[in-house]
Design a protein. Structure first.
Ligand SMILES: Cc1cc2nc3c(=O)[nH]c(=O)nc-3n(C[C@H](O)[C@H](O)[C@H](O)COP(=O)(O)OP(=O)(O)OC[C@H]3O[C@@H](n4cnc5c(N)ncnc54)[C@H](O)[C@@H]3O)c2cc1C
Length: 303
């Protein structure tokens, strides 16, 4: 962005805009260079105007939830990173009689599940421990233990370029393994979920059980972005990487976890370059030894 673009953006977004923001602070890998600008969106109208301005000026933008499925490269990101705050990160509407909840896209999954637990709403307990937001989890169709968030989404509200609010209902939502089909440049702002009526105790117990299972399997003591590669049909990326002899393999501060080989962990001082090098090594070795092409699940961004 040139200075005049920055000034115009400041006029629209005001004090919610800042420049040269270190993305390592905003990704669970704890790596990554600076974003040229970060806009902390609090209300829908200003968000729409910001997006319209960015689209018209061909300025790149991307929404970041908790950055728990992201690898930002060391030289950082051009354009604007959009983060959600305030009403865009809150529970907006609860229709208890029809068992639906409308959640702001920036709401943490932990916040959503706390509400479900306290209200006896069942169906999303398998998400317990996934450190993302509602928006990030919907875009990724996040899942665990054989279930995916997409099955519970009733409608998704998004801003599509050049800045129009659109509601996609159940019949228009195309979810697949770790993906939702949406127009490039779309920004999800709210999601309505449908639940089952349960007792508070049952929901609490299911959440606790899933958290125990997760803790047993995953190296939660280190920064990471969860599973690095998608599981290929009929197999597990972690098993293939372990069979390729890469368990515990290190490059700089990054390591292929010895607890779960589809996790790369930051053992301290890792760079994005270290993580990318381990990813390259895992893909090449698995391809050579098992003939299988591993596809990244994490989103890699930046220069
Ligand atoms: C320890 C650990 C365990 C994990 N376990 C699991 C697991 O069991 N299952 C699983 O599926 N994932 C898992 N993950 C990965 C990750 O937590 C999920 O994919 C999560 O739902 C991503 O949410 P986020 O808000 O952090 O998204 P981000 O990482 O911030 O973003 C992910 C993608 O979504 C886009 N995006 C985010 N919000 C929006 C929005 N509002 N509108 C448009 N685009 C948006 C981003 O631009 C990016 O492309 C794990 C991660 C960690 C660190």
């Amino acid at each position: 962005m040139d200075q005049s673009q920055k000034n115009k953006l400041l006029k629209i977004a005001g004090e919610d805009l800042c420049f040269d923001y270190p993305m390592a602070k905003h990704t669970t890998f704890r790596v990554g260079g600076q974003a040229e600008a970060v806009y902390k969106a609090n209300d829908l109208d200003t968000l729409k105007r910001v997006i319209a301005y960015l689209v018209a000026g061909h300025i790149p933008y991307v929404v970041v939830g908790k950055g728990s499925n992201l690898l930002v490269k060391d030289a950082g990101l051009k354009g604007v990173v959009i983060l959600f705050r305030g009403a865009l990160a809150a529970l907006e509407e609860k229709r208890t009689e029809e068992l639906t909840v409308l959640a702001g896209a920036g709401l943490g999954l932990d916040g959503l599940l706390n509400y479900c637990r306290n209200s006896g709403l069942g169906g999303l307990e398998f998400l317990a421990g996934i450190p993302g937001t509602v928006g990030g989890a919907i875009v990724m169709n996040s899942g665990a233990f054989g279930s995916e968030i997409g099955t519970r989404a009733r409608d998704v509200h998004l801003i599509v370029p050049p800045g129009e609010l659109v509601v996609m209902d159940r019949s228009q939502l195309e979810f697949s393994y770790r993906a939702l089909c949406i127009e490039p440049g779309s920004v999800i702002v709210r999601v309505r979920f449908k639940f089952d009526r349960e007792t508070e105790e049952i929901v609490a117990k299911r959440i606790a059980d899933f958290l125990v299972r997760r803790k047993k399997r995953q190296p939660l003591e280190y920064p990471s972005a969860g599973s690095v590669f998608k599981n290929p049909p009929g197999d597990y990326a972690g098993r293939l990487i372990e069979n390729a002899g890469l368990k515990g393999k290190r490059v700089g501060g990054a390591m292929i976890s010895d607890k779960h080989c589809n996790f790369i962990v930051n053992t301290g001082g890792a760079t994005a370059k270290d993580i990318l090098e381990l990813m390259r090594l895992a893909r090449e070795t698995v391809k050579r030894q098992a003939g299988i092409e591993l596809e990244p699940e994490i989103r890699v961004m930046g220069k």
